[in-house]
Design a protein around this ligand. Sequence first.
Ligand code: HEM
Length: 352
Amino acid sequence: MQLSLSSPFALATLRYSQAAILIILVLVCSFLLLLLFLQWHRPRDKRLPPGSMGWPYVGETLKLYTENPNSFFSIRQKRFGDIFKTHILGCPCVMISSPEAARTVLVTRAHLFKPTYPTSKEKMIGPEALFFHQGSYHSRLKKLVQASLLPSAIRGSVSQIEQIVLELLPTWKSNTINTLQEMKRYAFDVAMISAFGSKQDLEMEGIKHLYRCLEKGYNSMPLDFPGTPFHKAMKARKLLDEKLRKLIQKRRRSGRHEGGLLGILLGAKDHVKLNQLSESQIADNIIGVIFAAQDTTASVLTWILKYLHDNQDLLEAVTVNISHVNYLLTGPFIPSNFLLLPFIYHSTFCYL
Ligand code: HEM
């Protein structure tokens, strides 16, 4: 039997389904209201600093992404002080902006803290990067990263790094530059040398391009739909992974690891079973270390330039120090420890 829309039975079915949709909507709204209620009326934990946790689940993420991030943080800092709580990208967080608080978290009471990252960042960098691990895998990788930064490991790259500076300097002459952007350019090129070694393969331009695409979406809202910056970044991440794996296979086949962090990771064998690191472990850690090294270093360099510019006596003292370094670098050896270069040592390695 067929039912036409004009039959009373069909109309009744239509009304029932409309009623069902209405009931579902009411239930969803009540659930959301209940969540809101719980969020706002739960007892406040006295040990937490002041601040706002925003909306349930969403927290203050939308505000962060719709406002200028600098004003987002400075408004809260003015309102709540140097330590305040918030809720971003699905993580309850405490933001700190005083040197004393940073020292407490990173040095004096570091044992009380465990580094964790939002899942979207883990996806983008790669789950096998050391940042997302603890225990023996973490310390094994940490030692390898440290080994790639030893003076003996970077000795061969010094002239190439100098070359980067020599090429950059003329582009700053008689131009107004954005210091942070220029420092990012510089830090990126140095990071590429320190990750892949002095010998840059032909594939390197492709890797650099994909890395830049990935970087553009790194701080974007993690919405994985076609067209969003996050989606574009994840696509670039996938292609970057393929390119890195090809490079890893090529270097493994040739038996020439070619220095840099990649060379160290390729040559690493664990002490017990002599297992090598897998391709994905190497790729995730290379991407992770470039991330860790780039913007942090660029922003420290920017502050260094500012303070050197504002304090002429400091500038003179550093100039004398640099002449000393130049002598050591052009002389027969780089010192096997960096005691003579406390400034450089401190800014690069102290927290590792
Ligand atoms: C001066 C610039 C830098 C600053 C301010 C900085 C800051 C930080 C901070 C705050 C952490 C988290 C520490 C923790 O959770 O205990 C960290 C971790 C890390 N950074 Fe940097 N960083 C800088 C430069 C670099 C560079 C040049 C590298 C290149 C190798 C690097 C590689 C790492 C790695 C591998 C970790 C993870 C360490 C671990 O999980 O134990 N960073 N960095």
